[in-house]
Design a protein around this ligand. Structure first.
Ligand SMILES: [Zn+2]
Length: 479
């Protein structure tokens, strides 16, 4: 962590977002406007997700934002989980509505209602649909991108003939999330299963990928749920099987949201602000003329040439020929997190070279002007990998496996505070009792993140009660 991050991480985060011009606040509490650079990051995430969804047979559709109250009553866990956060529409055109309509927090109920009509026979299965939409959860405490009252997301909703197929789907989508978050956003994640208390409201099993921010807190970066036949029973989604018998379908749902944008900022940002992984950067390369370039038209001619060559390779490149000083421009583009900067001045041109600087490295590199396209392309790739490796090293260094009791956890928290270090996460045993989980949370604000599929170690005793553990679990503070 840098100094500013250590002093006040939230302030650093908000300053970084505002300096990078990614969003703006609005008069509606907890609802932000995505400015073009913020929205474009989302578009790159969407493009990669859509590619993966379609490769695996899914198609996009769209469902209404308003959901009748009675739909929520049909699945009891679902209404209990979501009702505190629901905003309601109670009147329209000056008249009170007969039934209140919720602004969707998620669409299982509306989609369940429709699937009961769309699905009649085994021939109609599987149904593999995804929706890109806005959803609402009236949050008490909000933070741009990470937790807002309205946010953007995708929600997949699938229906299958049996449990085996539905569970395969659930894991397939979790794996896709892991690959996209690690490959595109350069954020390493732990994949695993949620404990019952952290499950999605109405799910049989919830699986998640969990990412560590630079302040040591966790962000749940994606979830995939096996819903069993719970929603099929609540909404009467049945099909005739090959033996001509009615069966309930098995459903799944899975989602990722614009909190991924917040995660990128919190994982990669530094003292100068935003650092964007090249694959999602709205501008990947900025070209800046330096020295007395205005008296020397050959400089801009050469930069125009480089611009065209990079653009032809599909690289998102900008040429900043505004009348600000080079120093001002360097700072502006660093705040925006642009991965690669290329500088060209009269002396560079004479020597047939340019200066290149990667956003996350301190040193500039002098490169041959004739090999610039290849070198820039290579740097975008290596920076992408470098950011993932740095984030992984940071996460691993703050993933602790030596804490096995509440006393040790409290000692670990004291030690971290004394050294000015983040407490990070701990891997500990858990007996499976909700009360033990709750006690850890009350005492330390550490909650269960997930039960990892591939834990770095296996724990034999519960961190709280000392009895035999059923699961080895990541605990940490979370957003
Ligand atoms: Zn216990």
């Amino acid at each position: 962590m840098t100094n500013q991050q250590q002093n006040d991480f939230t302030k650093w985060y908000i300053d970084t977002i505002q300096n990078a011009d990614l969003m703006d606040y609005t008069p509606v509490r907890g609802c932000i406007a995505f400015k073009p650079d913020g929205y474009e990051i989302w578009e790159h995430i969407q493009a990669e997700m859509n590619k993966r969804f379609k490769e695996t047979g899914h198609r996009n559709a769209y469902f209404p934002m308003l959901i009748p109250e009675s739909f929520f009553q049909k699945e009891k866990d679902h209404i209990e989980g979501f009702s505190p956060e629901l905003p309601w529409v109670t009147e329209a055109a000056g008249e009170k509505l007969e039934e209140r309509l919720a602004l969707r927090p998620t669409s299982e109920t509306m989609i369940g209602h429709l699937y009961s009509d769309w699905i009649k026979s085994y021939r109609d299965l599987p149904v593999l649909i995804n929706q890109w939409a806005n959803v609402f959860r009236w949050e008490k405490k909000t933070l741009p991108f990470i937790r807002t009252s309205e946010f953007l997301w995708q929600e997949g909703h699938t229906a299958h003939v049996d449990e085996e197929e539905a569970r395969q789907e659930t894991m397939q989508m979790l794996n896709i999330y892991k690959e996209v978050v690690e490959g595109l956003l350069a954020i390493p994640v732990y994949d695993g299963q949620k404990t019952p208390s952290e499950r999605f409201a109405g799910a049989v099993d919830t699986f998640s990928i969990e990412a560590m921010m630079k302040d040591g807190k966790a962000v749940q970066a994606g979830t995939s749920h096996y819903l069993g036949t719970k929603f099929a029973e609540a909404f009467d989604i049945k099909y005739l099987n090959k033996e001509n018998k009615h069966q309930h379908v098995h459903t799944t749902s899975w989602g990722t949201s614009t909190r991924l944008i917040g995660s990128v900022i919190m994982v990669h940002g530094d003292e100068q602000g935003l650092v964007l992984p090249p694959r999602i950067a709205p501008t990947q390369v900025v070209l800046i003329p330096v020295g007395p370039w205005k008296k020397n038209p050959a400089i801009i001619e050469k930069l125009d040439e480089i611009f065209a060559a990079l653009k032809a390779k599909g690289i998102r490149v900008r040429l900043d020929d505004s009348d600000q000083s080079p120093g001002y421009k360097f700072n502006e583009w660093e705040l925006k997190g642009v991965p690669v900067r290329v500088e060209l001045g009269p002396r560079d041109l004479e020597n047939s070279q340019v200066l290149m600087k990667a956003r996350d490295l301190d040193e500039k590199e002098s490169i041959d002007i004739n090999g610039i396209v290849e070198r820039v392309e290579e740097e975008l790739n290596t920076m992408q990998t470098r950011l993932l490796e740095k984030a992984r090293a940071f996460r691993d260094a703050n993933s602790h496996t030596h804490v096995d009791s509440m006393d040790q956890l409290k000692q670990h928290l004291d030690d971290s505070a004394e050294k000015g270090e983040i407490p990070g996460w701990i891997l500990a045993g858990w007996c499976g009792d909700d009360a033990c989980e709750e006690h850890v949370k009350e005492e330390t604000k550490f909650t269960t993140r997930n039960i990892p599929f591939n834990p770095p170690a296996e724990k034999s005793t519960c961190i709280n009660c000392g009895k035999e553990s059923k699961h080895t679990v990541w605990f940490g503070r979370s957003y």
